[in-house]
Write a protein that binds this ligand. Structure first.
Ligand SMILES: [Zn+2]
Length: 665
């Protein structure tokens, strides 16, 4: 009996880990989130009945409870830092030193990306993750085992090997997309946002509540594995093969280089791809490949002689702060923006930078007319790092953060304990404009022709007073607007019409209920299947849904208790907007499709062109008729012609029908 249960438990664990890997590392899920959750639930139930069968590598152990404090952890083998080089000349000097030490023996280097995250060390015993610790000062770090377990790409059990001991080292980081999501959520809750993904990752990994850590979706790229204080393999390159085999998320961008010229080629290639990566890098790490040579070269007191970190030139510049303007967002939040004397930074002209909030301006001690240092990291808008005080000449003036809304003049209030000041006027035109743009955005009703300028005009001319008014716009009203071509007017009306059938999930997202982002919109739509049922639900009924917490339940409940909102929903219904979950909206938005452009070419066996296009659009993708550098995927059926050739010459990803079918299944 108990052996039957044991084998069911083991089977479930293996399946869950397999699907985990398919989902998080290969982005090729075979089952729905729901089926996955059901498997995990079943495992939890079995383990609750048989607690003696719980093991530390069970997927149920990924999220644990709260800790009181972090314990220090002494590293068995110190995590040394690497020497940095800031120019190719310094890198060249490094390779020359290595060549000299190698005394004519064959020398190879491994070049890897330098991920902008934080180093951690994971200890596996007999293949099971036992301890995780941050690098700290290299000798002693913080023990963060429970938090590291929440990282879905960290195997709790090695997939193929089970050595008595193995220490895996890697860089924990936060992807840009998760970083943007977290900051958007924090902002919505009126909390302080993080300056960059690295700060967010390092703060997160050291949190005491692993539930929150799990929700942040950290990730890790491993870069080394050792046994005791010995390297496992004859070459560094083999580490990656072992790590890959054992289920780690190995970064695919690395190269085996025979010398300086190869290294420079890799460094330059990665620099051009840098902004397209979903994580931040700040350079390239170069290591001697041969373990024997590494040992022979040894280390100085500070760093190994067989490795160096090449850092990309800093993307910093100094310029003058001309003014601080205040933007008013959807929630009425007043956000300060630095207007700068235009300056060239990392290949583009920068005239604006983020100042985050009131406290940040105070912290920086910034004055109008100051010379400021700004930094650009990835695609995130530039940040003001600080003031160059030596450049002050006494003409600078202080900045008072406004206490009234700069758009409508109503009081702007900052509740105690919150970082954000908000306009209190519910009918503030700035809020309305931002709300309409949000409603029309890609993840909501996707009305492409409704841009910022047009929304501005429609609100200023009082043609639109809320999102439901969009559906009573007439072609002649729009055509009468200045600078509006007849064709774009017709297009806009068509797009507004098409937006009516985007489905319940997108509508829930678009009407902007506090706390209800993409994920909760999906959960609410899936559970209630109609807006009327959501409107009628009690706080308890909402809170009963496992993924929904009390804060979200209360927010949804109170939104539907506001007479103005009820009226809005009624008018949307009257306009013909779909408020039920219908067959066409069962396909949920999919990260792999959102914002991506697809081109269909050739003949598909199992889909007509229209069917394939609908599958893509339902998931949040777009279909275009011609291939360009902006195309993300070309789906090529049989007899594909020039479009396929063009895609190949531009390096655009090509999917055959089977691959496409898998993506939409
Ligand atoms: Zn206002």
């Amino acid at each position: 009996m108990s052996s039957k249960i044991q084998s069911e438990i083991e089977g479930l664990r293996a399946e869950i880990e397999r699907h985990n890997e398919l989902y998080y590392q290969k982005a090729e899920p075979e089952i729905s989130d729901y089926e996955f959750d059901m498997m995990l639930e079943r495992l939890r139930a079995l383990e609750a009945e048989h607690p003696e069968l719980i093991t530390p590598d069970s997927p149920t152990q990924r999220v644990g409870g709260k800790a009181d404090s972090l314990r220090p952890f002494k590293h068995t083998v110190p995590l040394m830092s690497l020497d940095n080089s800031y120019s190719l000349d310094e890198l060249k000097a490094f390779t020359e030193r290595c060549e000299k030490l190698a005394e004519g023996r064959r020398l190879e280097y491994v070049a890897e990306l330098k991920i902008d995250g934080l180093s951690v060390s994971l200890h596996y015993e007999n293949g099971i993750l036992m301890t995780a610790a941050t690098r700290g000062d290299g000798q002693t770090g913080d023990e963060v085992t429970q938090n590291a377990k929440t990282i879905r790409t960290v195997p709790l059990r090695l997939k193929t090997d089970a050595p008595q001991h193995a220490e895996v080292r890697g860089e924990v980081f936060l992807s840009r997309s998760q970083f943007a999501r977290i900051n958007a959520e924090l902002e919505m809750q009126g909390e302080k946002t993080f300056a960059n993904p690295r700060n967010c990752a390092s703060g997160t990994l050291r949190m005491l509540d692993s539930q929150i850590v799990a929700s942040r979706r950290l990730d890790m790229f491993p870069y080394d594995v050792i046994r005791g204080n010995q390297k496992m393999f004859a070459t560094h390159w083999e580490n990656f093969e072992w790590l890959d085999r054992n289920g780690f998320n190995v970064n695919p961008n690395r190269a085996l280089c025979s010398g300086f010229d190869d290294l420079v080629a890799f460094i330059n290639e990665m620099e051009t791809h840098r902004d397209a990566l979903d994580y931040e890098i700040d350079g390239v790490v170069v290591k001697v490949n041969s373990t024997a040579l590494q040992e022979e070269f040894g280390a100085t007191t500070k760093a190994p002689r067989w490795a160096i970190a090449y850092k990309y030139p800093a993307r910093k510049a100094t310029t003058k702060l001309l003014a601080i303007t205040i933007q008013v967002g959807r929630t009425g939040a007043l956000t300060p923006v630095a207007n700068l004397e235009p300056v060239l930074l990392a290949g583009s002209t920068v005239a604006r930078a983020s100042l985050h909030n009131e406290d940040e301006i105070k912290r920086l001690g910034i004055r109008i007319g100051d010379t400021v240092e700004i930094e650009k990291s990835g695609e995130i808008i530039p940040q003001v790092l600080g003031v160059v005080e030596a450049k002050r000449d006494g003409t600078e003036t202080g900045f008072e953060f406004p206490t009234v809304c700069p758009v409508c003049g109503s009081p702007a209030v900052r509740p105690e304990g919150e970082a954000v000041r908000r306009c209190t006027n519910p009918d503030c035109p700035a809020k309305l404009k931002a709300r309409i743009q949000y409603f029309a955005s890609r993840k909501a009703m996707d009305i492409e022709g409704l841009g910022e300028v047009l929304v501005e005009t429609l609100v200023d001319k009082e043609m639109v007073r809320d999102v439901a008014d969009l559906y009573s716009l007439k072609l002649e009203d729009i055509a009468a607007l200045e600078r509006m071509a007849e064709k774009s007017g017709t297009n806009l009306i068509e797009q507004i019409e098409a937006s009516k059938s985007r489905g319940l999930q997108r509508l829930l997202y678009g009407i902007d209920i506090r706390h209800v982002g993409e994920r909760y919109a999906k959960i609410l739509a899936g559970n209630f299947r109609s807006i009327d049922r959501i409107a009628a639900a009690s706080v308890e009924e909402l809170d009963d849904i496992p993924e929904i917490g009390l804060a979200v339940a209360e927010s949804v409940y109170s939104w539907f208790r506001d007479a103005k909102n009820i009226e809005l929903v009624e008018r949307l219904k009257a306009a013909g907007v779909h408020v039920e979950m219908d067959a066409s909206s069962t396909a949920a938005l999919d990260e792999r499709f959102i914002g991506k452009t697809f081109v269909l070419t050739g003949k598909l066996e199992n889909y007509t062109r229209d069917e394939a296009a609908k599958l893509i659009e339902d998931r949040g993708g777009r279909v275009s008729s011609s291939v360009s550098k902006k195309t993300d995927y070309v789906v090529a059926g049989s007899d594909a012609g020039s479009k396929l050739t063009k895609a190949e010459s531009l390096g655009v990803a090509v999917l055959n029908e089977a691959e496409f079918a898998k993506m939409v299944s």
